[in-house]
Write a protein that binds this ligand. Structure first.
Ligand SMILES: NC(=O)c1ccc[n+]([C@@H]2O[C@H](COP(=O)([O-])OP(=O)(O)OC[C@H]3O[C@@H](n4cnc5c(N)ncnc54)[C@H](O)[C@@H]3O)[C@@H](O)[C@H]2O)c1
Length: 433
């Protein structure tokens, strides 16, 4: 099938590459000239394991190409996926201006039937609004369908998530639209859930909100563990073995970040408000997360009379491992706060340092975690990259000015670290102080 993907970011690029891998003819469209130039050189503008290789193979074999023209995309794709960004507005609601401008441009170029699919995460009833927008701008009396096909991939494991999804949700209002999407996804052999568009839109926000709720819940329990002397790892295991609860999205730490959960939770609060419902459960989820993200700063404040001129090593900048994505990463908020209080930041991340320097030029980036920790008064682990688990703790101890580790992701066993002579501080587990 001929497929067009508008917006070649974390979602669009993975979707396009995977659909090409499945044998479709895919045209990816993006209006970011730098990104487009990289893609046309078969280079991935983002870090996602396996993506660059997949891009290269599918471009070379002629199934995947890129363009800056939505008109070309409308001409090419029987199915057109909208994968543009839907960032938060300052009031927490969703900025749909990118979706709107793309919808308008699709409409202006529509000359025969196309299935237009929202893959971007959008508020319930957006498909009706997109449909109205297209009808307003379409030049001829052409037939089209709008469907909702929310994406559940996670950065860092995006290709596997796309190819082996837990489920594929297809929200459509016509048999023609749902049949096209069913035939596209059938080769994945995943459970296909057919719904109306509004339900599909709501499934995405509800799923992310529930994941965020689980994380804030377990972080609240971790805080009770700290106060009572219990161990959150044991508590989590004990409750997660209940099949109704499960072990996933239950890691205590410095909360959730990234381009999905924070913005989708605040969007859902706003959507509910517009519909006349106060989603207080989600307001609490958000408040808990906002507080939890700054836990490492609190730990430092408890240990030093002032943070001025403290040398702090930040291990991990990306919002999660195996990505270079810094959007809504706890690390950046922590760094900003520490810098405001006069601390000097030396950071290491395997993939996100270029993006970090772009966001905050006052961070000194280091080539290794050891360089970041040399003469440091404390090290804060913000991302659970697996290489941190295998650091030479003996060497680290020797390098640091004060061997204090504040582990925002609970990657170590406390006894082992304490045995190495570290002052060790973790979330919801008995630690050295
Ligand atoms: N990142 C994730 O893990 C993830 C997972 C599931 C769903 N989502 C949702 O998918 C959507 C996209 O997220 P993302 O992380 O891929 O965003 P992104 O910012 O990485 O990518 C969006 C892309 O759209 C392009 N774009 C914007 N306007 C355009 C236009 N008019 N024409 C052509 N290209 C245009 C941008 O240049 C950018 O490359 C969002 O709604 C997000 O909430 C993201």
């Amino acid at each position: 099938m001929n497929i067009s993907i508008i917006g070649c970011g974390y979602v669009g690029l993975v979707t396009g590459a995977c659909l090409a891998e499945l044998g479709h003819q895919v045209l990816g469209i993006d209006n970011d000239e730098k990104k487009l130039a990289a893609l046309q050189r078969m280079e991935s503008p983002i870090y996602e394991p396996g993506l660059e290789e997949m891009l290269h193979t599918n471009c070379t074999e002629g199934r995947l190409r890129f363009s800056g023209s939505i008109a070309e995309g409308v001409k090419h794709g029987q199915i057109i996926f909208i994968c543009v960004n839907t960032p938060p507005r300052p009031d927490g609601g969703v900025d749909l201006s990118y979706v709107e401008s793309v919808s308008q441009e699709i409409a202006e170029n529509l000359t025969e039937y196309r299935l237009i699919v929202e893959k971007s995460t959008v508020p319930v009833r957006t498909s009706e609004w997109v449909s109205r927008t297209i009808r307003e701008y379409v030049r001829e009396d052409v037939d089209f369908d709008i469907a909702s096909n929310p994406e559940f991939l996670r950065e860092g494991t995006a290709i596997d998530d796309f190819m082996r999804p837990d489920r594929v949700v297809i929200g459509a209002e016509s048999k023609r639209a749902s049949s096209l999407l069913v035939s596209l996804y059938e080769p994945l052999n995943a459970p296909l859930l057919l719904t109306d568009t509004k339900s599909a839109e709501l499934i995405k926000h509800s799923a992310n909100a529930f994941l965020a709720l689980k994380i804030s819940f377990i972080n609240s329990v971790a805080n009770i563990c700290t106060l009572s002397g219990a161990d959150i790892k044991k508590v989590t295991k004990g409750i997660g073995l209940d099949k109704r609860i499960g072990q996933q999205a239950m890691e205590a730490g410095i909360g959730y970040g990234g381009m999905c959960l924070p913005k989708d939770v605040s969007a859902y609060i706003d959507i509910a408000k517009d519909l006349g419902y106060d989603f207080e459960l989600l307001r609490a989820t958000e408040a808990v997360n906002n507080r939890q993200r700054l836990w490492p700063v609190e730990m430092l404040r408890q240990r030093f009379p002032s943070l001025k001129d403290l040398k702090v090593a930040i291990l991990g900048l990306a919002f999660k491992p195996n990505t270079d994505d810094l959007r809504f990463a706890a690390s950046m908020e922590i760094i900003n706060l520490l810098q405001k209080e006069g601390a000097h930041i030396f950071a290491y991340d395997p993939k996100a340092m270029t993006n970090a320097c772009r966001c905050n030029p006052f961070i000194t980036t280091c080539d290794t975690p050891y360089d970041a920790c040399t003469d440091a008064d404390a090290a804060i682990i913000c991302t659970e990259w697996s290489e941190f688990r295998f650091m030479d703790m003996h060497r680290l101890h020797r390098l640091m000015s004060r061997p204090l580790i504040i582990d925002g992701r609970n990657i170590f066993e406390p006894e082992r670290i304490i045995k190495h002579g570290f002052e060790y501080c973790c979330v919801g587990r008995p630690c050295s102080v």
